[in-house]
Ligand binder design. Structure first.
Ligand code: ATP
Ligand code: MG
Length: 871
């Protein structure tokens, strides 16, 4: 069975068990401070488990894109070395939100694997949680009972907390789990060593394929387990491992999920896969990593220097380095693999198909920039690894990181290949030093929620209201360095929580006799969290929530203008324009979009014109909530890749033929409110991504006003000419002509001074001494006089004490013959310079000095003359 059929069969099976099939959530997590990437199918349902939200469907199944390269689940080091851990993989899952529990979950898992997929029953082992006394948890005898309907007792194994108690992260929903392991070894080997002894022993052919988690608890930040109000099922099966089992392979990479990639890399490298362990690993790493890279970029995370962006950059660089070292890929290659990926996932994950060119472009740019320094970095590492030391110093690892862009794990990897270690503590120290230089925010600690009033669903009123009378549901404290903040959740709030680029509202909460300022509003999953600097004495009773309305209105102007801008860009530049990021506040709007070249002045002007035209048309907002997603797409709304949409969405339309967008933000009732739109900058924000900054209404008015004021000031300066442009042009012309005249005059003057000085030369000890005190129009003209005299007067000693624009300046010029005989202009000028309180120098034949004391020029010349006369 090919992998596409396997995926389909899984979903259809659970559909037949009354599960609703839902799309994968984006691989890049938004609105969850505890998680950077989706690492399990259950992440997107966290709110259901915690009881923050009621599930629309109690039974759900899907295939979820997961990434395990950071945080609690990090498999990066195994990837490619072993044959069954990936960075990015698909997790097939079925869920029950307070519906069925252990019995059905176990029954259906068994039915699917052995009935539908016909996997051999005598190759399975199930593990169950053995219990844990420190946490007061019992053995999961229930699960054992259900497995024993199908498996003999010696195939149902006890497992410890590490393997059989599943937790998403340090906090959050969790519970005992029961895993299915399958033994894929040839019979001859099974006869020798029973599979039972190899379960959970990291054997590449005795692997876990499915984990059934029975979610019952919530892990609090103090480590304590709290019972959840309801019991849930959360299962996750590795799609690639399942394919390996069904297709009778010994490695995930031998399945049709990976073979096209593997073969492409092998062919490009001119090697055969399966011949040499080192190149095999490289081929596997590359085939694995390109998937992680492509999917994260598709979901909106571009490679960058921090956080999620840096994780992706690290993975990409790792792949490039493997190709470079083991397959001699000296040119960008990863981006060429996109065709294969698009082919494989067509009809499954449309985000790749829809953005192929963009993703390829981003990857290629990253490859190019890393390849530029890779060679030098590797050479540097080479000299280190060929030495006798067994450790790479922290400072070296840091230099590689800082100068050559080597992520620490890449340096560590190369070290390991050379049987060396990296002083990671030393590296971290250096990193710390650098961070402190740029002042890091420091780690924050988040307390648990304290419930004030029971209640789950939070209502957002902000589409219509800016005030509400409500009550506090819960609050908690967040500490960061010496700053403490509080987070408050209300039952019904008009405060818009930062999302979709629009900033969170500010305002205040009026308690019975205390007014608390709200400094920001953010989302945490589906909670709306109000940030305050203090808490009122009592949180009981009613509270009035009031949004800062003027700020909100200005923000709305910018948000609606962003929609108009987006549509105008697509009209002017083409349909390839897609939103890649946006920021909307009360001052400015910033819009990032995919486009490959700088916009021309004409394009910018055209976009501005269209947007302002739409503003003048005063189009009424058409806001539709709860539109089925398919319907919204029929209406012409474009779903943004990387955004999580439910079955029902909100559609914002300004003229159905012009702008239709899926959006949760707040908007103007009519476009006329925006008043005026002006682009203030257009530039590049990343490879293949342009950034526009623009202002509207009050800020746009300010922008034009400043420009107009400038013109008025200029007119006044020029005594209000009839034609400003003409008179500025004239000014520039006149200025040029004057400059020319001045230069001529200066030259003439310098010529006169020179001629006069030539006649003043005095014979002193066989030298021709010329001293001069007087004004010079410029340093250049003084220099010219000195060099001319040198050419024209033999045995010259020239001492000048000049006044140049009221600053004292000295020059000493000596004939070459005198220099040959040991005289030095530097020495002379240094002595002279003290008289004008200055200093200087130059070459043995020519030196100059500036100073502060104009009255010392005579004295300086005297010092010089005395020196010459004494010599
Ligand atoms: P393992 O012990 O093999 O790392 P796990 O205990 O980390 O697995 P779970 O967190 O229970 O796995 O995830 C559920 C399923 O997802 C696993 O049974 C496995 O089939 C699959 N899986 C987990 N991690 C990976 C990975 N890095 N690559 C591919 N599949 C994975
Ligand atoms: Mg694991």
């Amino acid at each position: 069975m090919d992998s596409k059929s396997i995926r389909r069969t899984f979903l259809e099976f659970f559909e037949s068990k009354k599960h609703k099939i839902v799309p994968s959530a984006p691989i890049v997590v938004q609105n969850d401070p505890t998680l950077m990437f989706t690492n399990a199918g259950m992440n997107q349902f966290k709110d259901y488990f915690l009881g923050n939200k009621v599930a629309e469907n109690k039974r759900v199944a899907d295939t979820q894109k997961c990434l395990r390269v950071s945080g609690k689940h990090n498999d990066l080091e195994e990837v490619g070395i072993d044959t069954y851990h990936h960075t990015m993989f698909e997790m097939l899952g079925n869920w029950s939100f307070g519906d069925y529990f252990k019995e059905e979950a176990i029954e259906w898992a068994w039915e699917l694997l052995t009935g539908q997929f016909k996997l051999p029953k005598d190759r399975f082992y199930a593990t169950i949680f053995e219990g844990d006394s420190t946490e007061n948890l019992d053995q999961d005898s229930e699960a054992k009972k259900f497995w024993m309907k199908h498996l003999p007792e010696d195939r149902v194994l006890n497992g410890n907390k590490k393997d059989n108690f599943w937790e998403m992260g340090d906090t959050g929903p969790c519970g005992p789990c029961s895993e299915l392991h399958i033994d894929l070894r040839p019979q001859s080997e099974v006869d020798k060593v029973p599979g039972k002894d190899l379960v959970n022993q990291d054997h590449p052919q005795v692997v876990e394929i499915w984990n059934l988690v029975f979610i019952q608890y919530n892990r609090l930040s103090n480590g304590i387990l709290e019972n959840l109000p309801e019991k849930h099922v959360d299962t996750g099966m590795g799609f690639e491992r399942l394919a390996m089992a069904i297709q009778g392979k010994q490695s995930n990479y031998d399945t049709d999920v990976f073979q096209p990639l593997i073969q492409w890399v092998a062919k490009k490298g001119g090697v055969e896969y399966g011949n040499d362990e080192k190149t095999d690993i490289a081929i596997r790493v590359i085939s694995d990593h390109i998937r992680a890279i492509a999917f994260t970029i598709a979901d909106g995370q571009l490679p960058s220097n921090n956080k999620a962006g840096y994780v992706i950059r690290r993975i990409l660089r790792r792949a490039v380095r493997y190709g470079y070292t083991f397959l001699r890929f000296k040119e960008p290659f990863l981006h060429e693999m996109l065709d294969i990926l698009v082919d494989q996932f067509d009809g499954v994950f449309p985000e790749l198909t829809g953005q192929k060119d963009f993703i390829a472009k981003v990857i290629k740019e990253e490859e190019l920039s890393f390849l530029r320094t890779l060679d030098n970095g590797l050479k540097k590492l080479d000299t280190i690894t060929s030495g006798s030391s067994k450790t790479i110093a922290g400072s070296t690892a840091f230099e590689l990181y800082d100068t050559y862009g080597f992520p620490l794990d890449l340096t560590a990897l190369i070290a390991r290949e050379n049987n060396m270690e990296v002083d990671e503590a030393g590296f971290k120290k250096e990193m710390e030093v650098q961070k402190n230089r740029s002042k890091s925010a420091g780690k924050q600690t988040t307390g648990d929620w304290t419930v004030v009033n029971e209640g789950d669903d939070v209502t957002f009123l902000g589409y219509t209201d800016t005030q509400s009378t409500t009550k506090v549901l819960r609050y908690r404290e967040v500490k960061q360095k010496d700053k403490t903040q509080f987070q408050i959740v209300l039952e019904a709030t008009p405060f818009y929580a930062e999302s979709g680029g629009q900033v969170g509202d500010t305002g205040y909460l009026q308690f019975t006799d205390e007014k608390i300022e709200v400094v920001d509003t953010k989302k945490e999953n589906d909670l709306i969290v109000h940030f305050t600097k203090k808490l009122p004495a009592s949180l009981d009773g009613e509270v009035k929530a009031v949004v800062n309305e003027s700020k909100r209105r200005l923000t709305e102007n910018n948000h609606s203008a962003t929609h108009l801008l987006h549509a105008a860009l697509r009209e002017v530049l083409g349909d390839h324009v897609q939103q890649k990021g946006s920021l909307v506040n009360d001052k400015i709007l910033r819009f990032d979009f995919s486009h490959f070249s700088k916009m021309t002045a004409e394009e910018i002007e055209e976009v501005e014109q269209i947007v302002n035209q739409k503003i003048r048309e005063n189009i009424a907002l058409d806001e539709k909530q709860n539109v089925p997603i398919e319907k919204a797409q029929e209406m012409g709304a474009m779903a943004l890749f990387g955004e999580k949409y439910g079955d029902f969405v909100r559609v914002i339309t300004f003229d159905p033929r012009y702008s239709v967008e899926l959006c949760g933000g707040t908007h103007v009732p009519r476009t006329g409110n925006i008043g005026l739109f002006k682009i203030v900058s257009e530039g590049s924000s990343a490879a293949g991504v342009r950034r526009i900054e623009a202002v509207t209404s009050v800020e746009a008015e300010k922008f034009y006003k400043q420009k107009l004021n400038l013109i008025t000031e200029l007119e006044e300066m020029l005594k209000n000419p009839k034609d400003l442009k003409k008179s500025v042009e004239n000014l520039v012309k006149e200025n040029l002509a004057n400059q020319k005249k001045l230069d001529q005059l200066n030259n003439q003057q310098a010529g006169q001074i020179k001629n006069q000085l030539k006649n003043d030369a005095k014979e002193v000890n066989g030298k021709k001494l010329i001293t001069y005190k007087g004004e010079f129009p410029s340093v250049d003209s003084m220099k010219q006089v000195a060099f001319d005299l040198k050419r024209e007067v033999d045995n010259l000693v020239l001492l000048i004490g000049a006044n140049i624009n009221d600053k004292p300046m000295l020059t000493v010029m000596l004939a070459d013959d005198l220099v040959k005989n040991g005289m030095n202009a530097n020495e002379i000028i240094r002595k002279m310079a003290s008289a004008i309180k200055g200093g200087g120098g130059g070459q043995p034949f020519y030196a100059t000095a500036g100073g502060k004391d104009l009255s010392g020029l005579d004295e300086a010349l005297k010092i010089g003359t005395d020196l010459i006369e004494a010599s």
